[in-house]
Design a binder for this molecule. Sequence first.
Ligand SMILES: Nc1nc2c(c(=O)[nH]1)N[C@H]1C(S)=C(S)[C@@H](COP(=O)(O)OP(=O)(O)OC[C@H]3O[C@@H](n4cnc5c(N)ncnc54)[C@H](O)[C@@H]3O)O[C@H]1N2
Ligand code: MOO
Length: 396
Amino acid sequence: MIHYSAALDLVLQQSFDWGTETVPLDRATGRVLRQEVHADRDQPPFDRVAMDGIAVDYTAYAAGQRRFSVSHLAPAGTAPQVLRDKTQCVEVMTGAPLPPGTTTVIRYEDLEKDGQDFRLPEGVTDGNSIHRRAKDAVAGDLMMEAGRKIGPAELAILATYGVAQVKVGRLPRVAIASTGDEVVPVDRTPLDHQIRSSNVHQLAGLFRSVGIEPTLDHLPDAADRGQEKLRNLIDRHDLLLLSGGVSKGKLDHVPDWLAAAGIERLFHRVAQRPGKPLWVGRNADAMVFALPGNPVSSLVGAVAYVGPWLRRQLGVADDKYAVGLAEEVSFLPALTLFLSVTVDASTEVLSARPVVGSGSGDLVSLLRTDGFAVLSADRSNFPAGESFPYLPLRLL
Ligand SMILES: Nc1nc2c(c(=O)[nH]1)N[C@H]1C(S)=C(S)[C@@H](COP(=O)(O)OP(=O)(O)OC[C@H]3O[C@@H](n4cnc5c(N)ncnc54)[C@H](O)[C@@H]3O)O[C@H]1N2
Ligand code: MOO
């Protein structure tokens, strides 16, 4: 049976070209930039007044003049008007271009009003409170390269340089399907032997948080209908997540159906707990993760394999985390243990306490779980205080 690190390596090696698409700027949040962005003008584009106050020609001040009458007002958003009389000042607003003929700005707080005029303090310097043209970027500069994840700073830069339509990586078309005749939709009242499907919604939320709206479906246990639906889903999606039907039950058809649909198996079963029956495969166009049906197992499969793979595909960083164990853990089987933990983030090193629950079928225990500490298969004793890799239950 394959081990976690080898299985993850194999998953991460699977790459697909999903191409690019162009989206309006306001739909670009969280997407990955797939174009270069150059400055179409200097930044700032003009000598920008940085404080509300007055602008004067410093030579008049240096010659001893302290009282200035106002020539005119320079609000932001108006073309600059020259100061012709150097013994006067211009009242300037933050964001206005510095009026030609002036060389320094004095804030209102440092001025005294003298009738209609302004009286300047001692100690004024030349070139004050001016954000100089091209100080931060010069027209033609390369501002951003392809591959950046678009957040607030990137949106501001795109807007500043007039990129109203942004070329980004295309997001995969994702389908998530439950299996098993015991599973009924959320809006139905289950019979005594049935349950409502929680896994597909648990998984769908992870995708929605990164802007992907997955198709949700269900495969019945009956071979002909289940198989046909499965083929359809594979044809129409780039990524398919299945939940359940991958262990040893008489009706656990999923591996056979996937093989019949031409999906090449990368591995089936990983030396881990929970989530051992995980089945992963692909064809030329689609990646398939068949996750075990138990709710904790399906979530572990998503955060341990699907998330890192999707981040790699989208070209975004796969940040690594670690937690210190708050108490000793012993685990004898030669399996990687994804230990459900509650994390205390008030300490310098995140401190992780094991969640007490009744195993991988206990979805209620997920309410107490912040993430999973990864305890390797080659040891059985994990002392308190030691740090281990950590998979937060975060967005994909
Ligand atoms: N003889 C063996 N039996 C089992 C083994 C094994 O190695 N030998 N592995 C166990 C492990 S570990 C797990 S995990 C489960 C996984 O089995 P399947 O992937 O085949 O999942 P199912 O049998 O279909 O379902 C398991 C469990 O999860 C519930 N379930 C299924 N789908 C949903 C859903 N959409 N929402 C909520 N809950 C769901 C289902 O009703 C079952 O209770 O197998 C062990 N058995
Ligand atoms: O994958 Mo199973 O989770 O060990 O119950």
